[in-house]
Design a protein around this ligand. Structure first.
Ligand SMILES: Cc1ncc(COP(=O)(O)O)c(C=O)c1O
Length: 514
């Protein structure tokens, strides 16, 4: 045990190693923490000790050893390669995580993003030397305006949730400009919404008023009218919604909201299902974020922060944040100051996430208008294929209605089997799949949300479907052992997620000597 009472590497190997001396199981290799294998005297680099060296740190200089784990170069390479093999990725296999849109990141985008003019661009370099990079921002904003049918795009937000904050800050600024800040304190949020929607409303000091979803999983204009009042600032509605359904009454919802003097914020996380098919601006949307990582295939995390540009209607455009790029004749300029304008101000240090912009624009230009439309159609087709092939063995909460880009199942079919949604998801790990999203949306009991995306071939979809059918048949045959003990073939067994969340161990402490 180490000082925190956690097992050391050799104890973990003994417990988890599956009977081998090393803890390795063929290609599944056991890897210790770098602190457990590192030695202070090992190094992969050979740097001369400085000779004429005078510290200017005075009393602030370090007086003890840093105690960093040293590794030789091959040890360092192996350490990180082995760790990377314990990670599931879209490059390793189907990743059907609903709502998260884990789709292939085309290598073209990766290649373009690594060109020195883009990869080395610095936000503080003189604007005259960054005209190419600014042209990417301008072209991407133009393309997003065309696809959304909206008047302006705020490029700085760094993620979908950050985009929500940006859009809602623009709405709040517009309401303040009308002198109604005190009167309009509520945001309508359907109970099927992603948690970031109510969190955003609360973060800007507004209160949430829920809108119940109908029995068909969508929000009706009548339900919205029933909770609309002069104290409402906005509605935040996701379309297609978190149940994977198109909000059929969205135009009526927009009309009702506008009649009440409020604004319509659309959560555009699921824009990937409708690009080229319908334009949110035509549906009456005032503000909508676009998760570039979901719709235009930029990597999730890993490569740095993401990007969640926000499309704004003509009414909200004047309140967009700074900085933004403006064309003046041949030259592109960065407008940095909000003074004298209606802009709500600045929400990020600079104008956005260049690496994501380059990848998203590469995706857009390489697909073209027809290709983007086909990507949406294929994403919807894939989800409906999965839905149709599983509907006889699993239960769907909203009947046989076709879905958009994700297929949703509930847990009625697991009733009295001794197997839960979580057990089923864990068993998928043993089959080599990342589980689907589970227990979300909250309005569906034991939800299983599958988003196959347009990236999967029919062959890989068929294999995925057959694996799920096989699992479903095992449930029905009463083979609960396959589920309650799952995952049994992964490098680690089922973790105590509650303990991991409540008592995270974020620091390594050396083992005790006894
Ligand atoms: C419907 C919905 N809204 C908002 C978000 C938040 O987006 P992000 O994770 O980029 O902050 C997500 C992310 O999964 C989402 O699915």
């Amino acid at each position: 045990m180490n000082r925190q009472g956690r097992p050391t590497r050799s104890e973990r190997v003994a417990a988890d190693g599956g009977g081998t001396f090393t803890g390795n199981r063929a290609l599944d290799m056991e890897e210790a923490l770098i602190f457990e294998i590192g030695r202070a005297d090992a190094t992969g680099v050979d740097v001369d000790e400085p000779t004429a060296f005078q510290s200017r740190l005075g009393p602030h200089g370090r007086t003890c050893e840093l105690d960093l784990p040293g590794l030789t170069e091959p040890e360092a390479v192996r350490h990180y390669v082995r760790l990377s093999r314990n990670n599931y990725s879209i490059d390793a296999g189907t990743y059907p995580l609903g709502s998260c849109t884990m789709k292939h990141n085309p290598r073209l985008g990766e290649k373009i993003a690594r060109l020195p003019g883009f990869a080395d661009a610095h936000p503080l370099q003189p604007v005259s030397t960054a005209q190419g990079a600014l042209a990417v921002i301008e072209q991407l904003a133009d393309a997003l305006m065309t696809m959304t049918g909206m008047s302006a795009i705020a490029m700085p937000p760094k993620a979908g949730a950050h985009g929500e904050l940006c859009g809602m800050m623009a709405i709040k600024a517009a309401i303040e400009a009308r002198g109604e800040a005190e009167a309009r304190r509520f945001v309508l949020v359907p109970d099927s919404a992603h948690g970031t929607n109510p969190a955003t409303a609360a973060l800007i000091g507004l209160s949430v008023r829920p809108v119940p979803a109908g029995a068909d999983g969508t929000v009706s204009a009548a339900a919205v009218r029933s909770v609309l009042a002069p104290d409402v600032a906005a509605i935040m509605l996701t379309n297609p919604n978190t149940c994977g359904l198109f909000e059929r009454e969205i135009a009526g919802v927009a009309e009702a909201v506008h009649e009440a003097g409020a604004y319509f914020y659309c959560d555009g996380a699921n824009f990937n299902a409708i690009v080229g098919k319908t334009r949110p601006g035509d549906l009456g949307v005032d503000a909508m974020h676009i998760n570039l990582h979901k719709t235009f295939s930029t990597p999730h995390g890993g490569g740095g922060p993401g990007a969640g540009p926000v499309a704004l209607s003509e009414r909200l455009a004047p309140y967009a944040p700074v900085p933004f790029v403006r064309r003046e004749g041949e030259a592109l300029r960065v407008v940095e100051h909000a003074a004298g304008s209606a802009s709500f101000g600045r929400m990020c240090a600079f104008h956005g996430q260049m690496g994501m912009f380059v990848r998203a624009l590469s995706f857009i230009l390489s697909h073209g208008a027809d290709g983007l439309r086909q990507a949406s159609e294929d994403a919807v087709l894939s989800a409906n294929y999965v839905r149709a092939c599983l509907k006889d063995v699993m239960t769907a909460p909203f009947g046989d209605r076709p879905c958009m880009h994700e297929a949703l199942f509930d847990d009625r079919w697991l009733k009295d089997t001794g197997v839960t949604t979580l057990d089923f998801a864990k068993a998928m790990i043993d089959e080599g799949y990342h589980p689907m999203t589970v227990y979300f949306p909250l309005i569906v009991h034991g939800a299983m949300l599958i988003e196959p995306t347009e990236s999967e071939s029919k062959a890989s979809l068929d294999l995925f479907i057959m694996a799920l059918r096989d699992l479903a048949f095992s449930v029905k045959a009463g083979d609960t052992e396959r589920f309650v003990s799952a995952p049994s073939l992964a490098p680690r067994r089922r973790l105590d997620e509650t303990r991991a969340a409540r008592q995270p161990v974020l620091r390594w402490t050396p083992p005790t000597s006894d």
